[in-house]
Design a protein around this ligand. Structure first.
Ligand SMILES: Nc1ncnc2c1ncn2[C@@H]1O[C@H](COP(=O)(O)OP(=O)(O)OP(=O)(O)O)[C@@H](O)[C@H]1O
Ligand SMILES: [Mg+2]
Length: 330
């Protein structure tokens, strides 16, 4: 396995005080999809901007395909494709014109550019839409166009900063299909940032959970889930109930209040602990509304390592993305 990206103590401090990225050490293998998962302000975009030479690090180093992002920035740029978090396509041009503009920027010869643009449009099922103005595109069409804009220069590595933010579930899974196709058919290493745990779980071979500019844990999604050791039983009661009393049930590692009348109980093994919990409920004559058992998911991993639920971060961002798209439509 060849490491295509390596960072050593990569750091960025804005205005001498905001430590956006704090001694980041990552290695990314050639050909893989690597996920950076973290809440708002975790430092994901700042990391991507440094790796793509748009932003210079305050300290530390990073190499991309053996090239230093500072000393060899021009060479690095030639082998990268970037799909930034913010939308970039020109709304007063057609989809195809946008792609042609990028091809021109990278000096792709005319014939070759046409061939590549045609095949990229076909891949994301946008051939027909490509002759229309971008301002008339739906949010999903717009994101598909943005995705292939990053591929016009035939990059070895593609950076996708929140590729599906604010998209509906259906369009999101369509985007996942394209991302897999890009990895497999075009032989591209992909670095992806996301708020969506399902997305990282579905796509990434390795993931780093980042928060406050630091990596909290790295591994395959399966390794991270396995590291949690334990299942979670969530019980919602009809009336107010404190978690405290449930801590002494046999097999319970931890019981915490989580939301109105709801207790989150971590146990070694749900199958072994459920009878004891059900007994407790009936002995205390408690009425429950719902009881769910979850095997560790990336949600649980995130909660465990950051101390909070990533979902609470979503609405603001989804709203941000919606506003972006509204702006696009106007
Ligand atoms: N140009 C800037 N000047 C000053 N501070 C900045 C700048 N860009 C980002 N920051 C700060 O650096 C931190 C990391 O921001 P960054 O955009 O990298 O996070 P992120 O993980 O991409 O967040 P999001 O999920 O919202 O996109 C935040 O505290 C942010 O406010
Ligand atoms: Mg960001």
């Amino acid at each position: 396995m060849v490491n295509i990206i390596e960072t050593k103590n990569l750091s960025k401090t804005y205005n001498g005080k905001i430590k956006a990225v704090d001694n980041l050490n990552i290695t990314i293998q050639e050909g893989e999809i690597y996920g950076l998962l973290g809440p708002n302000g975790a430092g994901k975009t700042t990391t991507i901007n440094m790796l793509t030479t748009r932003l210079s690090p305050t300290s530390g180093t990073a190499t991309v395909a053996g090239l230093d992002v500072i000393k060899d920035s021009m060479k690095v740029r030639r082998i990268l494709g970037v799909v930034p978090q913010d939308l970039t396509a020109d709304e007063d041009l057609t989809g195809r014109e946008n792609l042609e503009l990028v091809a021109k920027f990278y000096d792709v010869p005319r014939e070759k550019a046409k061939e590549r643009i045609d095949s990229l449009l076909k891949m994301v099922e946008m051939t027909e839409a490509s002759t229309r103005y971008v301002k008339g595109y739906s949010g999903g069409m717009r994101k598909r166009l943005e995705l292939i804009i990053g591929l016009v220069n035939d990059p070895k590595i593609l950076f996708l900063d929140e590729p599906t933010l604010g998209l509906d579930v259906q369009t999101r899974s369509l985007m996942w299909k394209y991302v897999r196709q890009i990895q497999q058919n075009l032989n591209v290493t992909i670095i992806l940032t996301s708020h969506y745990l399902e997305e990282i779980d579905a796509l990434a071979e390795h993931v780093s959970i980042v928060d406050h500019g630091k990596i909290l844990i790295t591994g395959t999604p399966e390794e991270l889930k396995a590291s949690l050791k334990g299942d979670v039983i969530t019980v919602s009661f009809k009336e107010q109930h404190e978690a405290e009393a449930m801590k002494n049930i046999s097999g319970v590692i931890e019981a915490t209040d989580s939301g109105p009348n709801t207790v989150r109980i971590k146990v070694e093994n749900a199958d072994d602990s459920l009878p004891g919990i059900i007994n407790f409920i009936s002995e205390n004559k408690l009425s429950t509304v719902r009881l769910t058992v979850t095997k560790p998911t990336l949600d649980e991993v995130f909660l465990e390592y950051t101390g909070r639920d990533i979902r609470s971060e979503e609405p603001t961002d989804a709203r941000k993305a919606m506003m972006n798209m509204r702006r696009v439509r106007q």
